[in-house]
Design a binder for this molecule. Structure first.
Ligand code: TXA
Ligand code: MG
Length: 341
């Protein structure tokens, strides 16, 4: 199939809505990353998402809505905290996992009995949802396992020929996927860190948020995933990536040593003045500015592949605030390989 690329203007939005109404999948921009959308209420439509992405069937999809009332229709026994968080952070990069009322297609919740719901802060995404007339199930619009797409060109690189349309809304400003918070248990549980931070969630909730072990460590053999997405290697470039924890000067010395001993070694770190590294490098965002790092990370991972990097040493970012999301994605890209210097 030919994949059309259209700007996310009125005509593009109308074309996307028409395809979605015919049960097709369409890649749409959001503020976090591009999503591969289909009618969340229709089993056959949702099935096309899994087919186009090569996504495992046991990994549930996030449902995207354009007004908070939809949350009340899609969820069962909604806790008051959900309304509070929606009010504080929607539209925005926060996904709430709540009990499903059973309205969405079965594959969306992958048999978990819960659904992840969010209202994206992107005018084109909201317009497509409204014009289509139903909520959209949408995972990131990458091929399963590769870094999430933050531009329409990334989507085409992964899915050209597999989907009918990509709406081009420019570079996604946030750059990492939404924060996923489960409200389905006793205590609010952070399943995936994102641009909305733990600290911000705790401030609105007025109580602690627990952090899923899967954020920092691989699942033990046989362990059941609270969020199935966490068990898959993710965001991985083709290069073998290792996360390096330490001060920049020690990191630089370590990488220089590696580059002297092997070929195809690349460095990955946030831009800083006069780093003097003199090793092939991809820099992303600015040192000490986690939001700028989040915005640039996935493009940087793709750039390493485009440059033919074989081995990559990435400086471990700070884990505070949005930095936790950057750290989490890099940790997964590294397949949990971390060294201390
Ligand atoms: O920012 C985002 O969230 C982007 C844009 C397109 O909205 N979407 C996205 O979707 O990143 P995806 O499918 O790549 O990641 C969804 C994550 C997965 O880790 C999945 O396991 C988790 O959310 N998830 C979805 N529904 C869930 C549920 N009912 N229970 C637990 N985890 C869930
Ligand atoms: Mg994804």
């Amino acid at each position: 199939m030919d994949t059309q690329l259209l700007p996310a203007n009125e005509a593009g939005i109308a074309a996307a809505a028409a395809l979605l109404q015919r049960g097709q999948v369409v890649a749409i921009p959001t503020e976090t990353v591009y999503g591969l959308a289909a009618n969340a209420l229709d089993e056959a439509s949702v099935g096309r998402i899994f087919a186009a992405k090569g996504r495992p069937q046991d990994n549930p999809l996030i449902v995207h809505i354009a007004d908070t009332g939809e949350l009340h229709r899609l969820a069962a026994g909604l806790p008051p905290e959900a309304g509070k968080l929606a009010e504080a952070f929607w539209p925005g990069p926060l996904t709430l996992v709540v009990n499903s009322a059973g309205a969405v297609a079965g594959a969306v919740s992958a048999g978990l009995g819960t659904i992840g719901v969010r209202m994206p802060a992107h005018t084109a995404a909201l317009a497509v949802i409204r014009e289509a007339g139903f909520p959209l199930a949408a995972p990131s619009a990458n091929h399963s396992g590769s870094p999430s797409p933050t531009t329409a060109q990334h989507v085409l690189a992964d899915l050209s020929g597999r989907i009918p349309l990509v709406l081009d809304g420019g570079a996604a400003p946030v750059g990492v996927e939404s924060t996923v918070l489960s409200l389905a248990g006793e205590q609010p549980l952070l399943l995936r860190p994102g641009f909305v931070t733990c600290e911000e969630l705790q401030e609105v909730l007025g109580r602690p948020v627990a952090v899923s072990g899967a954020v920092h460590a691989p699942l033990a053999a046989g362990e059941r995933a609270a969020s199935p997405g966490m068990k898959y290697t993710h965001y991985a470039p083709r290069a073998a990536l290792t996360l390096v924890e330490g001060r920049f000067a020690d990191y630089a010395a370590f990488v220089r040593l590696k580059a002297g001993a092997e070929t195809g070694v690349w460095a990955l770190y946030p831009e800083r003045p006069d780093d003097g590294l003199s090793v092939p490098s991809v820099v992303y965002g600015r040192a000490g500015d986690s939001a700028s790092q989040a915005a640039a990370l996935f493009s940087a991972l793709r750039a390493l592949d485009d440059n033919g990097a074989a081995t990559v040493y990435a400086l471990a970012p700070r884990r505070e605030g949005v930095g936790l999301a950057v750290y989490n994605r890099l940790l997964r890209a590294a397949g949990f390989r971390v060294v201390q210097v």
